[in-house]
Design a protein around this ligand. Structure first.
Ligand code: PHE
Length: 365
């Protein structure tokens, strides 16, 4: 084929294409498909004399580009020429609060309903509030459990000798002391007593971020705790147990029970560990399937340990300027991550997923 003939063929093909009215997809197949008109023409390049083949190639390339561009235009034209109002709309994607934020809102609601006040205290706080005022004198081994991050600033109280016979009363912020990243929300206890000028009644719920030097599948260096504190005249363990049961019913459902096991904390006496009954097996540890029953895979024993609690130690009340002969109180505190995933019946094998910002994970909540 002479190059002249090729040129005419190209021209004709273009004209034919311009007159087309079919939709884009059909045209795409007809002209640019594998066996389309363009490829058919392109095959004929073999018959063009060798000297003209370079030019022929160029012309064909141009043709292809033009057809592709025009095809795009054809579609926009038809699209803008009419609107189908019956096509269902596209829903915009709506996000939601992070699961931990959801849990925090819910926990706040549950406690404010029975007269607690939600407060927040510093996440970087003085040693005094995190330890010393909680009956943990400097160098006391009980502190080890809290795997604390200390802030690298000079401790201005280091030179004041510690005298166990004369515990320091109050540690005004200005006095310094070592700063820590709060390893628990219990730093809010004495702060709340101070906020209320040591005047009970106190009903506090303190939710905050906490930090500990541990990082593995079940621990993150940053996590959340919530802390309850009630101080008034005549407060006793029954009030604590009643409050925990109330929370269990509200958060996990009416069948859920709480259980107190003896434990030890420096800032409560007596102290307990708190368990909630497993809501999958109703605390029996067994799941019934017909006549057979198998071990509940979620809890194994019927109970989940969630955190600590106890009656506020007299020394702690004193540190907050409250007379322990007149007033008593209870406190409890535990991690939100675990509390929340338990309810969902989730055994998240890696808790770090909660903070991975991986939408595939977060969208499930
Ligand atoms: N602060 C304790 C912890 O982090 C929990 C606790 C709070 C225990 C209040 C007793 C009273 O383990």
């Amino acid at each position: 084929m002479k190059i002249k003939n090729l040129k005419t063929k190209i021209k004709n093909l273009k004209r034919q294409f311009e007159q087309e009215t079919a939709d884009r997809q059909a045209l795409n197949i007809k002209y640019l498909g594998k066996k389309g008109l363009f490829n058919q023409l392109a095959k004929e390049i073999k018959t063009v004399p060798a000297a003209d083949r370079k030019q022929a190639g160029k012309l064909l390339n141009q043709l292809k580009q033009e057809l592709t561009a025009q095809l795009r235009q054809k579609q926009t034209k038809t699209q803008s020429s009419w609107i189908d109002l019956t096509i269902p709309g596209k829903k915009p994607k709506v996000g939601h609060l992070h699961p931990i934020s959801q849990a925090m809102t819910e926990i706040t609601q549950i406690f404010t309903e029975i007269g607690f006040t939600r407060v927040r205290y510093p996440e970087v706080d003085w040693d005094w509030y995190a330890f010393e005022s909680l009956n943990m004198p400097p160098d006391h081994p009980a502190r080890d459990e809290w795997e604390t991050f200390f802030v690298d600033l000079p401790d201005t109280t280091k030179d004041i000798a510690y005298d166990p016979a004369k515990p320091r009363k109050r540690h005004p912020d200005q006095a310094g002391g070592q700063l820590v990243l709060t390893p628990h929300t219990s730093n809010g206890q004495v702060r709340e007593m101070e906020r209320l000028n040591s005047q009970p009644p106190i009903r506090m719920i303190n939710i905050a971020r906490c930090y500990r030097r541990q990082q593995d599948a079940t621990h993150t260096q940053m996590f959340h705790q919530f802390e309850g504190l009630v101080v008034d005249q005549g407060i006793n363990i029954q009030h604590l147990k009643g409050t925990l049961d109330y929370f269990a019913h509200q958060f996990y459902g009416p069948g859920c029970q709480s259980r107190l096991r003896p434990f030890h904390f420096r800032f409560t006496e007596p102290s307990f560990e708190v368990d909630f009954s497993c809501h999958l097996c109703q605390g029996t540890g067994q799941i019934k399937k017909g006549k057979k029953s198998t071990k509940c895979r979620f809890c194994k024993s019927g109970w989940h340990e969630v955190g600590g609690a106890g009656m506020v130690h007299p020394n702690v009340l004193q540190a907050g300027g409250i007379d322990p002969d007149k007033y008593t109180g209870f406190a409890f505190g535990w991690g939100i991550e675990r509390t929340y995933t338990l309810r969902k019946g989730l055994n998240i094998d890696d808790i770090r997923l909660l903070y991975s910002a991986d939408l595939r994970f977060l969208q499930q909540f």
